[in-house]
Ligand binder design. Structure first.
Ligand code: PXP
Length: 236
């Protein structure tokens, strides 16, 4: 399993005071030095954390790969086509949410998402769709030519008891297996941390996890090197 780091919340901290530090680009470059497989940022419509300058600098400077998370929104699609990330991950986006709250409803938005995938493919950008571990959503992703699905692990991460946690883990396992069988790449993420990754990483068929909050939170206490290397050791 590969580990890409989401550095959005370094930018959240920077923006809290309207200063230039801590710089998410520097954090990303350091994380690369300590072995992560890729950098993930979500360029939101409201630019609440990552901004255009961050994305452009990351594009120029990182040496692993850039996964640009984005809503299927015209302005952001245009930026993606210019920047040409190694991967565009389409996520739902609501202004009021604290973080991405659920997976994309691919089935109900089939035509629009299909059109967005076509545009990104014209620019040779592979597309991942962030979906719940739901076989029907995965079938819809295949139908409109997505390259990858990122399975939403939020319910697993937030489960209040062990039964719910293992039920959700099983749903994720089945969804990942189904997606793989249909030829999709399979990523996963949201709410994964140093504890819940232990049961999670035994799931076969998941190529890569995208983790942000837990690693950035730990880096505040133990430093970027230790926080990144500890997670790498758990994931690999
Ligand atoms: N994957 C997606 C699609 C996300 O929206 C997020 C949160 O920005 C993550 C992964 C990472 O989640 P976390 O910060 O909880 O590790």
């Amino acid at each position: 399993m590969k580990f890409s780091i989401n550095v959005d919340h370094v930018a959240t901290l920077r923006n809290a005071r309207g200063e230039v530090q801590p710089d998410p680009v520097t954090f990303a470059l350091m994380a690369e030095q300590f072995g992560v497989d890729g950098i993930v940022v979500h360029l939101r419509e409201d630019r609440r954390h990552i901004n255009d300058r961050d994305v452009r600098l990351l594009r120029e400077l990182i040496t692993t790969k850039l996964d640009l998370e984005m809503a299927a929104n015209d302005e952001i699609i245009k930026i993606a086509c210019e920047i040409q990330p190694e991967l565009a991950t389409l996520v739902p986006e609501k202004r009021q949410e604290l973080t991405t709250e659920g997976g994309l409803n691919v089935i109900d938005n089939l035509d629009y998402i299909k059109k967005t995938i076509l545009t990104l493919h014209e620019y040779e950008i592979p597309v991942s769709l962030f979906v719940e571990p739901d076989i029907n959503q995965i079938d819809a992703a295949v139908e409109i030519n997505a390259d990858i699905v990122e399975i939403h692990t939020g319910k697993y991460a937030n489960a209040l008891d062990e039964d719910d946690m293992y039920d959700e883990l099983e749903r994720i396992r089945q969804a990942a297996k189904h997606a793989k069988k249909l030829g999709l790449g399979v990523n996963a993420g949201h709410g994964l941390n140093y504890l819940n990754i232990k049961d999670f990483k035994v799931i076969e068929d998941i190529d890569e996890v995208s983790i942000g909050q837990a690693v950035i939170a730990r880096a505040v206490f133990v430093g970027i090197e230790k926080a990144v290397k500890e997670m790498l050791e758990l994931v690999k």
